[in-house]
Design a protein around this ligand. Sequence first.
Ligand SMILES: [Zn+2]
Length: 202
Amino acid sequence: MQLSNDEIRRYSRHLILPEVGLPGQKKICSTSVLCIGAGGLGSPIAMYLAAAGIGKLGIVDFDNVDFSNLQRQILHTDADVGRPKAQSAKETINGINPGVEVVIHNTRLTSENALDIIKPYDIVVDGTDNFPTRYLTNDACVLLKKPNVYGSIFRFEGQASVFAPHLGGPCYRCLYPEPPPPGMVPSCAEGGVLGVLPGIIG
Ligand SMILES: [Zn+2]
């Protein structure tokens, strides 16, 4: 692939980094990423990937925007309250970079659809807010041999890692074999979360 003159201007700060350069930018522009969740973590993930010029960005989210999301879910604006998050995310992403191909999956990730949804993408980013989806994402990525970039947040602290057992190293389940019992770890709605935290982890 060739970069257009507009793309060379847009990505110039990447292009002058010796560690990225033209080969690195071409790689970014030809890579597809599936972002699970368009919430607190999904917002910075999707927006920075779009700004960086990712070729294709899939967004999985079945939820609608709520007023309580706006404190940290910066993909969505006041005018988006009540609208599907995946649609709102697509508009924000294309506003940042119209060159990104955005694919909306306006559905909940389930054991029935996970393999089909994940399969076409090069990399998966886990921005979920619940354990069943997190374990499902992990297991599907292990089966399909996809790198699983993981982040999670809790009140004032968070974790981030990359799991790619097909390239060596553990998966999420190796680290945490069993999900915590339902109700043991409070969600953002139950325990609160500092607004900027998903920005840092994402
Ligand atoms: Zn494992």
